[in-house]
Design a protein around this ligand. Structure first.
Ligand SMILES: [Zn+2]
Length: 413
């Protein structure tokens, strides 16, 4: 049996080691992050039969051999954003540690158990999120990433080398996929949905796909005093209409979100009509069809509003990722485990990406459990979760790991 209270005690131990009154400082490739990882390795050293190694992308692997080489993977990330909270990422790693102990207490675990601390999930310093899990999944972008610089001009390549990781070898981390039969991750929700519903835990159905575009409206900058209202070509007016229209576009789908997060006006002075307005649009949904429809509708609406305001509009894609649904069998096992641990069952998609998305993307059956986030706040020192809910989350992960190990045995023998 797992001991969820020990997970909470250990999370507090880690907080005492890596946080101050401004939050946690386990930013990837920093000294504090290395300290957190050394703490984690010391915990692993106390578990019998577990061997530990770093892979070519800097991910830490703890391996407990079982009755078959077919492996149950669990993991998350010890790194955090600067001034971050005490749960984002480390909850999944420290809870995984507890589940690993549970299997280590068996004479022979039913399958091989592997616990992973993924390197640089947050991308907080160099802007490359999911670095370690992407390398594992074969989605590394080494050539684009090695020259990335932090605020002080240090390159990612040098920062990694200081921690003993050669970025040029990162692609070798795909070797970890061998015998990987399933992947599980426990994480805080980081949003307000479960709290709104009064639920301690959620069953994650997958991570939403993202369409991210830069949209520029072109009008005419003219004198604000000399130009009558009907004769203006106001680029901001067109952009403003779109900013309201995306609510209706997202509103047709239960879990869709659309956000215009940035608006810049040119010339951007008080005495001129806006001649050019640069905006961004971020659209997310778990269903690829919905996502494609929302994109088409936004393009069509932007052209209509541009025409109404005598402007033109231009789109360019910034980034995209497809929706990544989790495995239906594991979602069902996850639902059973969450129900046993909490007496509730609620499925929801994840808006943020997680290491689990990269693992699922390379074809490994994946499931995820969310715990409620108080006030829906994360990436902030006030990030928190009721300890009751944390205990239920660890319990659910333990139950899910047992069920998944049995599922692997039934599937692979
Ligand atoms: Zn995280």
């Amino acid at each position: 049996m797992v001991n969820p209270q020990r997970t909470i005690d250990e999370l507090k131990e880690l907080r005492a080691l890596t946080a101050d009154e401004c939050g946690a400082w386990r930013v990837a490739w920093s000294d504090t992050w290395l300290q957190a990882r050394a703490w984690f390795k010391a915990k692993l050293a106390d578990i019998p039969r577990v061997t530990v190694h770093d892979d070519a992308a800097g991910n830490i692997w703890a391996v407990l051999p079982g009755a078959t080489d077919q492996s149950l993977l669990m993991g998350s990330h010890l790194d955090c954003v600067p001034g971050g909270g005490w749960l984002d990422g480390c909850l999944g790693v420290v809870a995984g540690l507890e589940v690993l102990r549970h299997f280590a207490a068996m004479e022979v675990p039913p399958v091989t158990i592997k616990l992973i601390d993924w390197a640089d999930e947050e991308g907080a310093r160099f802007g490359r999120s999911l670095l370690g899990s992407a390398a594992f999944a074969g989605n590394h972008t080494v050539d684009a990433d090695r020259g990335r610089k932090d605020r002080d001009g240090v390159t990612l390549e040098d920062a990694m080398r200081r921690c003993g990781v050669e970025i040029g070898r990162a692609a070798l981390a795909t070797g970890g996929q061998r015998d990987a039969a399933a992947y599980l991750e426990l994480h805080i929700e980081q949003g307000p949905v479960l709290e709104q519903l009064g639920l301690p835990l959620g069953i994650v159905t997958g991570t939403k796909g993202v369409e991210r575009h830069a949209i520029t409206f072109h009008g005419q900058a003219v004198h604000s005093g000399a130009t009558p209202m009907p004769l203006r070509r106001d680029a901001l007016a067109a952009a403003a209409k779109l900013a309201l229209e995306i609510r209706a576009i997202a509103g047709k789908h239960a879990d869709a979100v659309c956000t215009m997060g940035s608006v810049k006006t040119f010339p951007g002075i008080v005495t001129a009509v806006v001649g050019r307005c640069e905006t961004t649009l971020d659209q997310r949904d778990l269903d690829a069809g919905n996502l494609a429809l929302m994109y088409r509708e936004a393009v069509e609406a932007s052209q209509r509003f541009a025409a109404e305001e005598g402007c033109t509009v231009e789109w360019s894609r910034i980034w995209e990722i497809e929706p990544i649904p989790f495995h239906p069998d594991l979602i069902a096992l996850c639902e059973a485990s969450v129900f046993e641990a909490s007496g509730t069952r609620h499925r929801l998609p994840s808006g943020p990406l997680h290491d689990a998305a990269e693992v699922a993307r390379c074809g490994i059956p994946t499931a995820m459990v969310f715990t409620q986030s108080l006030r829906g706040i994360s990436h902030n020192k006030i990030e928190d979760t009721h300890e009751d809910h944390l205990r239920m989350g660890v319990d659910a992960l333990g139950r899910l790991a047992d069920k998944t190990a049995a599922w692997i045995r039934a599937r692979h023998g």
